[in-house]
Design a protein around this ligand. Structure first.
Ligand code: BES
Ligand code: MN
Ligand code: ZN
Length: 508
């Protein structure tokens, strides 16, 4: 009666990665609400290992449901997390993609997002034009699974090299009838804007460091102006930064032929309202400088501008959504190179704040560009300052690659960031800023030194930054472990754009 094609996919299956960058290049995917007459080539249905027999009535015809149940009892469909089974029902002219989510009570945001991602990637490789997604049986409290599902679909449409473009054009969403059309349309628009921003951040991160230099990042930021009349970009060159006495930031670009840039992206659609300021570390390549890094995997230091990339992506999303909130993005862009005129370990520089810094390790350069950008940001009288930085290998050692490290001098602010992280699945984990850590930065030769002792490197780095934001409500996200993936799936993740857009949207 029907043909069962088992296309089980697991981590080792090499999924097709060569897909069009849908939104960046204008091939916009259409999302529509599913209705009884909708016809998609593939129907994607999520199933639970422990709820296999209660398949959703609205999407499966009775006859097909019986077929599927037969396959279940023959153990052809398991519902295990990571499993995917394709049913081609010639008779009913329907194709079903059964995506396992594991046990219902153990469903997490991560399992759901990974399942959507790998299912759509698979579909991309099948040359399919349209799919329907049944999102009725996903329930994680406080989590917008429709929004996340769309973002995940859009993520699969990204590929740095535009090879073997996906044919997917249409997604029919089968969602609860309680969701009004207007609400669904706004969810779709918001999700696509966020996904575009996220994919933009990924594109910037993946761009090779001979192209993506500080000047390139400044130009990319400038391009955002055409999105929204409320978005304005200012670019400060080294001469202007010298006038502002940004001696710390300038010490980092000193050894490079690429001039540093400080980029200010203002999005101020609301009158008389304090902005949220987002500061991003934009080291377009980090060799370590005279404190040279070891050679293996040094190429990954092209991702050292991911903080700045996430700020550009977030600003783009806000402008595209026409968000009614004031946000300012500041990018501290420089290249960290060794040379005859590079900073030496032992050099003392004066930061914009007036604090003098002894540079004991030229590889601790992120904090040196950030401290001046943070001081600069005070002139906007920010409601909150958040900085994003691939700041320390120690953060990766301590927390692994799943949460970003969170540090803050304000409990209300850190709670808000944690809420956004929980809501979006863009996870964070808070680490302490005890005064002991600040003591490790004392030196006989300047007000402060740029490294702490041997242990707790992510925290001493954050403590260094905290010295420059004493009077503001400030938080720092160390994204060293979360901004990109290594190995076979090497590439920028676009984190923490989802967290930041949610934070900006939730704090109007
Ligand atoms: N960009 C690096 C941090 C980094 C390293 C991120 C590896 C992701 C993977 C940063 O500029 C750096 O080099 N930090 C040093 C600080 C140390 C010298 C105190 C580090 O983590 O080793
Ligand atoms: Mn470094
Ligand atoms: Zn760095």
């Amino acid at each position: 009666k029907f043909k069962v094609l088992i296309t089980r996919s697991n981590k080792n299956v090499n999924l097709n990665h060569y897909i069009i960058i849908t939104l960046l290049f204008g091939n916009i995917m259409k999302y529509t609400r599913f209705n009884k007459n909708s016809k998609a080539e593939y129907n994607l249905i999520f199933i639970y290992e422990d709820k296999l027999m209660s398949l959703n009535k609205s999407v499966l015809t009775d006859a097909v449901r019986e077929d599927v149940k037969l396959a279940i009892s023959n153990k052809l469909v398991t519902g295990k997390s990571g499993s995917m089974n394709t049913f081609s029902s010639k008779m009913y002219e329907k194709n079903y993609f059964l995506v396992g989510l594991g046990q219902k009570s153990k469903l997490t945001i991560q399992i759901y997002e990974k399942s959507v991602n790998s299912a759509i990637k698979k579909i991309n490789s099948y040359n399919i034009n349209s799919i329907s997604l049944d999102l009725n049986n996903i329930a994680i409290s406080g989590y917008d699974h429709i929004k996340a599902g769309i973002i995940e679909i859009e993520k699969t449409q990204y590929n740095y090299r535009q090879k073997d473009l996906s044919t997917l054009k249409e997604c029919l969403l089968n969602v609860s009838s309680r969701i009004k059309n207007k609400e669904l349309t706004s969810t779709i628009n918001t999700s696509v804007a966020i996904a575009n921003g996220l994919n933009k951040a990924r594109m910037l991160g993946d761009t090779p460091p001979n192209i993506c230099n500080p000047t390139f990042l400044a130009k990319e930021a400038k391009k955002l102006e055409k999105l929204n009349p409320y978005l304005k970009v200012e670019i400060l060159d080294e001469k202007q930064m010298r006038t502002l006495k940004m001696g710390s930031l300038l010490s980092v670009s000193q050894g490079s032929t690429q001039p540093a840039k400080l980029v200010i992206i203002k999005y101020m659609p609301v009158k008389n309202k304090q902005p949220i300021v987002l500061v991003g570390k934009g080291i377009t390549f980090d060799t370590g400088g005279i404190s040279l890094k070891p050679s293996p995997n040094m190429d990954e230091m092209k991702y050292d501008m991911s903080g700045a990339g996430s700020v550009i992506g977030t600003m783009q999303a806000c402008a595209e959504m026409n968000l009614k909130n004031n946000v300012i993005g500041i990018l501290a862009c420089a290249e960290n190179m060794p040379s005859g005129v590079a900073t030496r370990p032992g050099d003392v520089v004066t930061s914009m704040s007036g604090l003098t810094i002894e540079i004991l390790n030229t590889d601790a350069e992120g904090r040196l560009v950030l401290c001046d950008a943070l001081t600069f940001s005070k002139k906007y009288k920010p409601k909150y300052i958040l900085d994003m930085a691939t700041l320390t290998g120690a953060c990766l050692v301590g927390l692994g690659k799943y949460p970003s490290g969170l540090f803050s001098n304000n409990n209300v602010l850190s709670k808000k960031i944690k809420d956004s992280a929980d809501k979006t699945g863009d996870r964070v984990w808070e680490l302490p800023l005890y005064s002991d850590y600040f003591d490790e930065l004392k030196t006989n030769f300047a007000d402060i030194q740029n490294i702490g002792g041997r242990y707790g490197g992510a925290i001493t780095a954050a403590a260094f930054l905290a010295n420059f934001t004493k009077d503001e409500k400030w938080a720092h996200l160390d994204i060293a472990g979360t901004a990109w993936d290594s190995g076979n799936d090497k590439g920028s993740t676009g984190r923490p754009v989802k967290l930041l857009t949610d934070f900006v949207m939730s704090n109007k």
